[in-house]
Write a protein that binds this ligand. Structure first.
Ligand SMILES: C[S@@+](CC[C@H](N)C(=O)[O-])C[C@H]1O[C@@H](n2cnc3c(N)ncnc32)[C@H](O)[C@@H]1O
Length: 412
C-alpha cells in the first residue's frame, strides 16, 4: 500500500464550466461523405432515438495538465471526464474508488478536489505511475536529486570510469529489443535509481525511466502490442540520457502544478487486488465508498488492449516478476469453454451475433464479460448507496474485431 499526504493548498484550479449542447442529426448528409464515427452516431440515434450531448466531448481539451503528463498508457481516461463526473455527481463525496485505476487519472482528479482516493490495478507499472502521480513529493528534495543526477551524467560522459553501478536485469530476448549500447546506458540509469534512498523520489525517477525504456527500445512506438519496429537496423542509437532528462523535467513541471492546485488533506492509497476475485474487507468495507469513477478494460487484454504487452519491457527493467504473464491475469485472461447467459439483454444479443460469426471468438467475449460481471458485483458492494455506481466508458479510435462499445449499457 502506498499513501501520499498533501501539505498546503496554494492555488485554486480554474474549472471549465461546460454548457450542455445537444447535437442534432442532419439527415440530408450522404453516408459516403461522412466519417465512421458519424455513421456510428447516426446508427445510435436511429436505434435508440437518443441524441448525444456534445459538451461531453473533450477532443480539444488539454489532457496533460498536472501530473496527467507523467506517462502514456493504453486507453487512458480523459481527466476532464472524471472532473465533470466528480463535480456533477460527487461534489459531496469524500472517498472515490477506482477499481481499475491504471495510471490513476481519476485518483489525481479526486485529490485535486480534496477527496481521498483508493485505487487498485494488477499491472505493477500502472500502480507505479498512479503512485507517483498522486504523491506530493518534496520539490526541494527532488531538486537536490535532479542536480546530483545531472552532475553524475555530465561527469560520466567524459570519464566512463566514474560510473558507480550498472544494473541490467534479466530480460527475455534483450538483444532483440535493445541495442548493446542502449542496454548499457539503461543499465547505468537503473543502477543510479537503485541507489536513491527516498521512496517518493525513487518512484518519480522510475516513471521517467520507464518511458525512456519504451522510447529507446526497438519496439514500435504507436502500438500497444509488443512489436519490433521495421527500421531498427538503420536507426541511429537514441540519446538515452537526453530522453530521460526531458521526461524528468516535464514531470517536475507537472508535479509542481499538481501540488499547487490540490485542495488540502487528500490522501491516496493504491493496492494490488484483483477485483474479479474479491475486494479485501480489511482494505474496503461494504458500504464505505461514496463514488466509483473508472474506465474499465473493454475486452480481454490478449486480443483487445494489451496492457501487459505494453508494459512488459518497462516492468522487466524495473524488476517486477512475471512481467510476461500480466495479460493472462487481467480480466478475460482465462478462456472459458462454456456458454454463459448474462442479466443484460444487450449483452446476450451481442454474444449471440458473435457466436453465429465466430465460435472461437465468442469464448473470448464470454470470458471477459463473466469476469467483468463478477468484478462489478464486487465493486457495487463497496458503495454506500448502490445507485451511485458510475462507470465511464470511452470509445476508442481503433476498431477491434468484435469488440463491443456498449459496455456502459451492460454496466449501469
Ligand atoms: C482502461 S485501463 C484504466 C486506465 C486509467 N483510467 C488511466 O487513465 O490510466 C484498465 C485497467 O484495468 C486493469 N485491470 C484489468 N483487469 C483488472 C482486474 N481484474 N483487477 C484490477 N485491475 C484490472 C488493467 O491493468 C488496466 O490498467
Amino acid at each position: 500500500m502506498v499513501k501520499s499526504k498533501q501539505k498546503t493548498p496554494k492555488k485554486k484550479i480554474s474549472r471549465q464550466k461546460t454548457k450542455p449542447t445537444k447535437r442534432t442529426l442532419n439527415s440530408k448528409c450522404h453516408s459516403n461523405l461522412i466519417s465512421e464515427p458519424e455513421v456510428e452516431y447516426r446508427n445510435f440515434v436511429q436505434r435508440t432515438n437518443k441524441t448525444v450531448d456534445e459538451s461531453w466531448d473533450f477532443r480539444k481539451a488539454n489532457t496533460k495538465e498536472f501530473t496527467h503528463c507523467f506517462h502514456s498508457y493504453p486507453a487512458m481516461m480523459i481527466p476532464q471526464l472524471a472532473r465533470r463526473i466528480l463535480s456533477t455527481y460527487g461534489s459531496k463525496s469524500k472517498i472515490l474508488f477506482d477499481p481499475y485505476c491504471g495510471t490513476g487519472t481519476s485518483l489525481v482528479e479526486a485529490n485535486l478536489e480534496g477527496k481521498n482516493a483508493i485505487g487498485t490495478d494488477i499491472n505493477p507499472l500502472a500502480r507505479l505511475i498512479a503512485t507517483a502521480k498522486t504523491t506530493k513529493a518534496d520539490i526541494q528534495v527532488l531538486d537536490l536529486f535532479l542536480h546530483d543526477f545531472m552532475n553524475y551524467f555530465f561527469s560520466i560522459n567524459f570519464q566512463v570510469d566514474k560510473i558507480k553501478s550498472v544494473l541490467i536485469p534479466e530480460i527475455k530476448n534483450i538483444d532483440f529489443w535493445f541495442t548493446k549500447s542502449v542496454q548499457k546506458k539503461l543499465g547505468v540509469l537503473r543502477g543510479y535509481i537503485e541507489n536513491i534512498n527516498d521512496v517518493s523520489i525513487k518512484n518519480f525517477f522510475k516513471v521517467a525511466f520507464s518511458e525512456t525504456v519504451r522510447e529507446v527500445s526497438n519496439q514500435k512506438q504507436r502500438e500497444f502490442k509488443l512489436v519490433r519496429r521495421k527500421d531498427f537496423e538503420e536507426r541511429i542509437d537514441p540519446d538515452v540520457f537526453g530522453v530521460m532528462i526531458a521526461k524528468l523535467s516535464r514531470n517536475k513541471t507537472g508535479l509542481i502544478e499538481f501540488e499547487k492546485s490540490c485542495k488540502k488533506g487528500s490522501l491516496t492509497s493504491i493496492y494490488n487486488f484483483n477485483t474479479v476475485e474479491n475486494i479485501p474487507k480489511e482494505i474496503l468495507k461494504e458500504n464505505s465508498v461514496d463514488i466509483v469513477v473508472t474506465s474499465p478494460p473493454y475486452g480481454d487484454s490478449r486480443t483487445t488492449v494489451a496492457y501487459g504487452q505494453y508494459s512488459r519491457l518497462a516492468n522487466e527493467w524495473l524488476g517486477y516478476p512475471q512481467a510476461n504473464q500480466i495479460d493472462n491475469k487481467l480480466m478475460g485472461g482465462k478462456k472459458r469453454k462454456h456458454i454463459h447467459f448474462f442479466k443484460s439483454d444487450v449483452l446476450n444479443d451481442v454474444i449471440s451475433t458473435i457466436q453465429k460469426e465466430d465460435k472461437e471468438r465468442v469464448r473470448d467475449v464470454i470470458s471477459f464479460y463473466e469476469d467483468y460481471e463478477q468484478s462489478i458485483n464486487h465493486v457495487a458492494t463497496t458503495l454506500k448507496r448502490r445507485l451511485r455506481l458510475l462507470c465511464c466508458w470511452q470509445p476508442h479510435g481503433q476498431r477491434r474485431e468484435h469488440s463491443d462499445r456498449r459496455n456502459h449499457y451492460t454496466t449501469l
